[in-house]
Design a protein around this ligand. Structure first.
Ligand SMILES: *Cc1c(COP(=O)(O)O)cnc(C)c1O
Length: 435
């Protein structure tokens, strides 16, 4: 009977939707999301979890922050470029550029003359300023698209000569040889898994060859009796066909901390005719693919009909330009973070949490670049170690905090966490402890 009464006292959906807070939210988030929160709160009241009078408050409390299902996550995994967390986080400069570009913007218009202008002209100029050895640049959706466009525009129906040691799988079943074959180009494999010499390439070049491709094996290292031909060796061998280099990670210039990672400037200076790369790996920008190199090759890519299908939106162009022109990216900050500072932060954070009765301690940790970059490189780091059950609870918090589990403890590695977010982590751990 009491249950019946309670049920009757739960306000109707339309009455609740008229609550000023929920009405405002409906304008901001859309009616559907607000109604879903209201219906869920009514359900909780019916189940006796909350009193009937608390339904509106519960619905307000359960409203999402945005109309998108994507939620912010603090990356405390110790993996700088975590593919499942969207790889590189954008810099404040890039986020602001995205915000501005997200409205109507002069992406294809010259405001001075009022005439149509080249799409993305200022980001292309920024790339060429950073990589003067490149005659031209083009931007597509991602690194894979850059490779597809190069293979389609330059080699469909022709042969691509590639080393057997560089036919790599990038991740999640994405295999470069399959991607290339899908474009209608034929792969001419040379050398062996562990050894390929410039002579192997030279012997395979024929009238059918469109270009020689070098792929950076970005997610594994081969050691022992190995040999791969360098870009300089291939360019210097007078093969008579373009040398295309897929560098993967998107470094525009050498990164002293990652001496084995190829970069665009060095590859072009060594004689590469075309370089392809990702924008959201070590470059630290938005997801996109970057093509840099000889003018006529870049032009044939940009003018190919497929280029239209692979083009990026105005927000990507804005984010990429702000990344290239702007201050050091969060990825760069994380890579260059001083381990002594990280340790200090971990100790401070752990001490604060212990004061709240949390079993927290600062520990040394090994971070990694991730995102299929710099395999085998260990970045010394520091973490806050918590009891393992925190991992799941922190994942479900707002914001979500994603750590990693090691030896039965939940580690929150600080290398990829901007230092301003330590307080956010402290709050999240306290909230998780109370659950
Ligand atoms: C990551 C990577 C790609 C694919 O780039 P996406 O931006 O993920 O499409 C291609 N080649 C190499 C060598 C890579 O490391």
């Amino acid at each position: 009977m009491e249950q019946e009464d309670a049920r009757r006292r739960i306000a109707r959906t339309d009455v609740l939707m008229a609550d000023p807070r929920l009405a405002e939210a409906a304008g901001r988030l859309g009616r559907g999301l607000v109604k879903a929160a209201v219906v869920a709160a009514q359900g909780r009241a019916r189940a006796g979890e909350i009193p009937p009078g608390a339904v509106a408050d519960a619905a307000v409390g359960a409203l999402p922050d945005t109309a998108s299902g994507l939620r912010p996550v603090v990356n405390a995994t110790g993996v700088l470029l975590h593919t499942n967390l969207g790889r590189a986080p954008l810099s404040a400069a890039a986020r602001e550029a995205v915000r501005v570009a997200s409205g109507a913007t002069d992406v294809e218009l010259d405001l001075e003359s009022g005439a149509r202008a080249r799409r993305g002209r200022s980001v292309l100029a920024a790339l060429l300023e950073r990589v003067p050895d490149a005659e031209a640049a083009h931007v597509v959706n991602n690194g894979a698209a850059a490779l597809v466009l190069a293979a389609t525009a330059l080699a469909a129906g022709w042969e691509i000569v590639v080393s057997r040691g560089e036919l790599v799988e990038i991740g999640d079943g994405f295999r470069i040889p399959e991607l290339l074959a899908a474009t209608g180009a034929r792969l001419r494999e040379v050398g062996t898994t562990n050894r390929t010499t410039p002579g192997d390439y030279a012997a395979a070049i024929g009238p059918q060859t469109a270009f020689v491709l070098k792929v950076h094996p970005s997610n594994f290292v081969m050691t022992g009796f190995t040999r791969q031909a360098g870009v300089d060796e291939l360019a210097g061998a007078g093969l008579g066909v373009p040398v295309v280099v897929d560098i993967g990670s998107g470094l525009l210039a050498p990164e002293p901390l990652l001496p084995d990672e190829p970069d665009a400037a060095t590859s072009l200076a060594a004689g590469a005719d075309l370089v392809t790369a990702s924008g959201d790996k070590l470059l630290g920008g938005p997801q996109c693919g970057i093509v840099l190199g000889r003018e006529e090759l870049v032009r044939s890519l940009a003018r190919h009909p497929l280029a239209r299908a692979l083009r990026v939106d105005k927000m990507t162009l804005a984010a990429l330009e702000a990344t290239v022109r702007g201050p050091r990216t969060p990825t760069g900050d994380a890579l260059h973070a001083d381990v002594a500072v990280l340790r200090e932060r971990a100790e401070l954070l752990a001490a604060r949490l212990r004061e709240d009765g949390v079993d927290a301690r600062a520990v040394a940790s090994d971070a990694a670049v991730g995102g299929g970059g710099a395999p085998g490189v260990v970045l010394p780091s520091a973490a806050v170690s918590l009891p393992e059950p925190y991992a799941a609870r922190l994942r479900l918090g707002a914001p979500a905090v994603m750590g990693r589990i090691e030896d039965g403890r939940c580690l929150l590695d600080l290398r990829a966490v901007p230092d301003g977010q330590d307080a956010v982590i402290a709050g999240a751990v306290r909230a998780a402890g109370g659950r």
